[in-house]
Design a protein around this ligand. Structure first.
Ligand code: HEM
Length: 397
């Protein structure tokens, strides 16, 4: 991996401090990403809000691919992340692609999925052997919980879920060949599921996508892109909320407090999202015209990223203790972990429920839990995400 001044070897273990140092030097910096792409990164809470609401900072898969190829060369392979989906489109296209999702992400979703999240969480925690040494929370809980909930949302049969879990794991992993194989296997699997839902539809999201396809509102590629978007946007993000939250609560001393007073769980989840948000840098936007953010002019046709991690720890917004977990923080909900404005995360209510149910249940069952100091954890080296490779915990020390 190409190293630059920003992404030095020790960057991954202390990126929060590096980002804050950058913010103090100015709100907008031109950085070189590890893959060689030159992009503008916006730091700090006020500047992030300006960028997230700017009418000329847009998202369109074709435009973004064109600009990336201009920077990196015409032949670079672009990952599925840059395929067309609701996430990477604008205007009428975006509304069309979002419509089938919106039908599922309102109060109906929470009513249908809330009780299932409780059951799935209880079942997963029942399976943990807490008495035979440290438990890796990433493996035992953070990975399986969100993918099982997504499978429920999509309406995938229960018996298929272990297979879907293993493909998702490979898809997200660092082995490029295994990731490509898993992507192909998931595509073939989704094609079968779509055919089955066409024969017998239900109350689930895949059935809604089939109906939208048959009504001519989406084509086959867009249906597949939407399914992958949900797995990519909904899985690793929630997984890291669980890992980052476990680390923050245990290292910051708030675990026992939450065990005593579970009513604090919603504000604890908000504060976890603020302190160590899973999406620490937003996916690519491009400047459709020359734009000015916090006094810095960015030319047209450039890639612009927003550091949500820096916004959420901005001492000018959250005070001098912005780098500390405080589950009583009155203004924690001003965080930008789910973005802000028109592109606010669609899955935020679902992620909040998963976090709240899980942390309430973990602290209730194991109020004495501690980080396993003899099993150190390392951060993931991921530009856009903040997360841990493992999270070893002694549940019954
Ligand atoms: C802790 C968990 C999560 C975090 C931190 C998170 C964060 C985000 C962020 C930062 C964005 C982009 C905002 C922007 O670029 O302006 C986003 C968009 C999105 N998220 Fe989430 N997300 C989470 C969970 C989920 C879940 C569970 C789902 C679905 C099951 C989901 C679905 C989406 C979708 C569909 C979009 C695109 C929305 C659009 O373009 O209008 N997310 N999320």
């Amino acid at each position: 991996m190409k190293q630059t001044t920003l992404w030095a070897d020790d960057y991954w273990e202390r990126f929060h401090e590096v980002d804050e140092a950058r913010r103090q030097q100015g709100a907008v910096h031109r950085e070189t990403l590890p893959d060689g792409l030159r992009a503008w990164i916006v730091y700090g809470h006020g500047a992030a809000l300006e960028a997230l609401h700017h009418p000329d900072l847009l998202r369109d898969a074709d435009e973004i691919q064109r600009i990336m190829r201009r920077h990196l060369g015409p032949d670079i392979p672009l990952s599925g992340m840059f395929a067309k989906s609701a996430m990477l489109s604008d205007g009428a296209d975006r509304e069309r692609l979002l419509a089938p999702l919106k039908a599922h992400f309102g109060p109906r979703l929470l009513k249908r999925l809330g009780p299932r999240v409780e059951e799935i969480t209880a079942r997963l925690l029942d399976e943990i052997d807490a008495n035979s040494g440290p438990v890796d929370i990433m493996r035992e809980v953070a990975f399986p919980l969100p993918i099982t909930v997504l499978a429920e949302l999509l309406g995938l049969p229960e018996t298929d879920r272990p297979l879907v879990r293993s493909w998702t794991s490979a898809l997200m992993g660092h082995d490029e060949k295994a990731s490509a194989d898993a992507g192909a296997a998931l595509t073939a699997y989704f094609q079968d599921v779509l055919a089955a839902k066409r024969r017998a539809s239900g109350d689930d999201l895949v059935s809604t996508l089939v109906q939208a396809r048959d009504a001519g509102n989406l084509d086959d590629t867009e249906v597949m892109g939407t399914l992958f978007l949900l797995i990519v946007a909904g899985h690793e993000t929630t997984m890291n909320l669980i890992g980052n939250g476990t680390h923050a609560l245990l290292s910051g001393g708030s675990w026992a407090r939450l065990a005593k007073d579970p009513r604090l769980v919603d504000s604890a989840v908000n504060e976890i999202l603020r302190l160590d948000c899973s999406v620490r840098i937003t996916p690519h936007r491009y400047s459709a015209a020359e734009v000015t953010i916090a006094g810095t002019t960015i030319p047209a046709d450039e890639i612009v990223l927003v550091s949500l991690g820096s916004a959420n720890r901005d001492p000018e917004r959250f005070g001098a203790d912005a780098h500390v977990l405080d589950i009583d923080r009155p203004d924690a909900s001003a965080h930008l972990a789910f973005g802000h404005g028109a592109r606010y995360c669609l899955g935020a209510p679902l992620a909040r429920i998963e976090g709240a149910v899980l942390f309430r249940e973990l602290t209730r069952r194991w109020p004495q839990a501690q980080l396993a100091v003899d099993r150190p954890n390392q951060r993931e080296q991921a530009v856009f995400m903040s997360g841990w490779q493992t999270m070893w915990v002694r549940l019954n020390p």
